[in-house]
Design a protein around this ligand. Structure first.
Ligand code: MSP
Length: 672
């Protein structure tokens, strides 16, 4: 058993999360789950970075206090991490007292080592990076090299950290501790940056109030990066006394892994400044800083000003959490940039999840049930074992090297081998031949066992859907999770299967029509026929070999069905319902029915929603009330006013009666 500490960057609270933020967190979650499954004692930390000018300005723009803005965005993160089944052990906010104690202790130690001095400072400042740049580093037009936005000329008296003193020690660390910065290509960038000469770093700001006061230097506020980086220690209890430091002693001492996962844009802070601060404070360094590339949208940088931000909520509402987890882990070569597109997402889902995994499970279960009277095959076999074990071993190697796309490819090779094996043996042709049944049993059991291994290996990556696959194979909760050949029982009961990954109708989705995952024959009550979800050539799918289509299944009578007009849960979740607080209300001119409402719905900007409630409600009685709003409705003009959403009301004899949450909740809270 080993201890394993893994962290995500702490996220700024001046904006709501997008897929870039989700990505780092779900990679960390995947690693944490994987390590736990190997028996490690894991501590997984995430949180929010709440100080600094950016947040101060964003709050000012909204006319609220920075902490209020932070509270709002933090509640978004909490609900998002819950939705994504993120298994973090702690969530730290830099506005917490425990964090301030850690930062003060860090500063005390660096000061004791004589590594601070006060000096006048002038330079180009990017408030998005919260960093100074030299003339040489700027992009043409005096733009920040990271954000490509204008920088400001700043001149201040600041406290400096003697970063230059640590140049050699840093180079020694990179060279002496293999894998301390990953991937290798990024380490080279960092090494070059350090080798070309380090300048001392300004670690305080005099023109900033929103932050931690620099101990012993009135009028100076701790630089946000020195503040933020220390979260990795303060969350463990560094800076406190007695029992409160237990986690720190366990996870930040000795040789057990301490891993920071970061995006490439913040590698310099983690692989240069942070180890230098730690060296100065006489503290152990992280064992690994691992940087991933950026998600682009349709090959373009994701940016609010371009308007191409991919918010996770819409995709999740339409396709479920694990489909997005799968796509993000499968389509990014870890370390490099990757591009998100709706089309790419749907193709990947249909080919890998709906077809290769989902169909294989449905087919095998259906065949086994038919051949063995609703049970798993009675006799096991070993023919697929060697291939499955070989691919599983490479899956494990890739997981340890953060090569998730390769790990998934290894698992999909098991599925491809299984399909080839089925095609070669054609068990579906022998179901009615009693003499062939022992062989059918072996072929099907091995194929089911191979799929079980894939599902067990998928548990850290797809924490919702992998257990569903295991259940579909007749396994009880927690059963069949070992990555060793032979765990699947023989002859036990095997329930009928419903599609785990219903196909997505790409055309309909892209045409912005209703999302239509095909749910053949209202699957919950009727066993899927073997051809139901076989892709046809017209689907234009590229997929791994599938089992040949067997002879048509004997129709199985449906149990009494549900109402004819039911919808799937996915269809329901396509409607995004959120709680909104009404900030202002006024009549729409020339209308006796409509009110124009300005609502706070947990987004940086407020929204206008037009509601046909003027006959039942006076504007003044609505202000401050919370209502439920359909948040993802296409904008529509009503009497010349653009409405962005719809307020829900019960309709009592044609009179609207507004729906309110039973107690106040943060605006933007999901209704489901
Ligand atoms: N607050 C700092 C981190 C302090 S850590 C001590 C910060 N916050 S951030 O919210 O701007 O970014 C957090 C993480 O999200 C970074 O790792 C960043 O690389 C990542 N991403 C932001 N946009 C991204 C993409 N488009 N794609 C992938 N990750 C990106 O930086």
């Amino acid at each position: 058993m080993s201890r394993f500490y893994i962290t995500t960057p702490i996220y700024y609270v001046n904006d709501h999360p997008h897929i870039g933020h989700i990505y780092t967190t779900l990679v960390a979650d995947t690693v944490a789950r994987y390590r736990r499954s190997k028996g490690d004692e894991v501590y997984f930390l995430t949180g929010t970075d709440e100080h600094g000018q950016n947040i101060e300005r964003a709050a000012e723009k909204r006319g609220i206090a920075p902490l209020q803005l932070a509270d709002e965005v933090v509640s978004r993160y909490h609900s998002l991490w819950q939705d994504f089944s993120i298994s973090h052990d702690d969530f730290i906010r830099t506005t917490e007292e425990r964090h301030r104690l850690g930062v003060e202790e860090m500063i005390r130690r660096i000061e004791a080592n004589g590594d601070f001095y006060t000096s006048h400072h002038e330079g180009w400042y990017c408030s998005s990076c919260e960093a100074f740049y030299t003339d040489k580093e700027l992009q043409p037009g005096e733009l920040c090299p990271v954000h490509e936005r204008p920088v400001e000329r700043r001149s201040e008296e600041n406290i400096f950290f003697r970063l230059s003193k640590y140049q050699d020690a840093l180079l020694e660390w990179y060279d002496g501790r293999e894998g301390c910065v990953q991937p290798e290509s990024r380490l080279n960038e960092v090494r070059q940056f350090v080798a070309s000469g380090l300048r001392d770093l300004s670690v305080s700001r005099s023109q900033l109030d929103w932050g931690i006061a620099f101990p012993g230097h009135p009028g100076q506020t701790v630089y946000v990066w020195l503040d933020a980086l220390t979260n990795y220690l303060s969350a463990l209890g560094f800076g406190r006394q007695g029992k409160a430091t237990e986690l720190y002693d366990q996870y930040w001492q000795g040789d057990s892994p301490r891993v920071h996962l970061v995006g490439k844009d913040i590698l310099r802070f983690h692989a240069v400044y942070w180890p230098a601060f730690l060296m100065s404070a006489g503290l152990p360094l992280p064992t690994q800083v691992v940087a991933h590339g950026w998600w682009l949208r349709d090959q373009q940088k994701i940016s609010k000003s371009v308007g191409n931000v991919v918010r996770p909520d819409d995709l999740v509402a339409a396709f479920g959490i694990d489909s997005l987890r799968y796509f993000l882990l499968r389509d990014m070569v870890f370390g490099q940039d990757a591009s998100f597109s709706d089309e790419g997402f749907i193709d990947r889902y249909n080919s890998d999840l709906a077809n290769d995994l989902g169909n294989t499970v449905s087919r095998l279960v259906t065949l086994s049930r038919r051949a063995f009277d609703g049970r798993l095959p009675p006799t096991p076999g070993d023919g697929l074992r060697a291939a499955a074990e070989e691919h599983l071993a490479s899956y494990q190697q890739h997981m340890e090297a953060y090569a998730f796309q390769r790990a998934l490819e290894s698992l999909w090779k098991i599925l491809a081998e299984t399909n080839q094996y089925l095609v070669a043996n054609e068990p579906w042709k022998k179901l009615k031949d009693p003499e062939a049944l022992p062989q059918v049993s072996q072929v099907l059991w091995q194929s089911l066992e191979a799929v079980r291994l894939v599902a067990a290996a998928l548990l850290p990556l797809l924490p919702e859907k992998a257990p569903e696959v295991l259940r579909a194979l007749g396994l009880a909760e927690g059963q069949g999770t070992a990555l060793e050949w032979g765990e699947l029982p023989t002859g036990s009961e095997l329930p009928a299967v419903s599609p785990i990954f219903p196909r997505i109708d790409k055309k309909a989705y892209l045409a912005n029509a209703e999302v239509a995952p095909s749910t053949p024959a209202k699957a919950s009550n009727k066993e899927t026929t073997l051809q139901d979800k076989t892709p046809t050539p017209s689907d234009g799918e590229t997929s791994a070999p599938s089992p040949a289509t067997p002879s048509p299944a004997t129709p199985i009578p449906a149990a009494p069905g549900p109402r004819a007009d039911t919808i799937d849960i996915e269809q329901f979740f396509a409607t995004e319902l959120r709680v909104a607080t009404i900030e202002a209300a006024e009549p729409v001119p020339k209308s006796n029915k409509l009110l124009k409402l300005t609502v706070e719905i947990g987004e940086p900007e407020k929204r206008t929603v037009v509601a046909g409630i003027a006959k039942a409600y006076a504007p003044e009685e609505l202000v401050g009330k919370q209502v439920v709003v359909v948040a993802n409705l296409k904008p529509a003009k009503l009497m010349g006013v653009e409405s962005n959403g719809m307020v829900l009301a019960a309709s009592e004899s044609g009179q609207p009666v507004l729906l309110h949450p039973q107690r106040a909740v943060p605006p933007g809270t999901k209704v489901r």
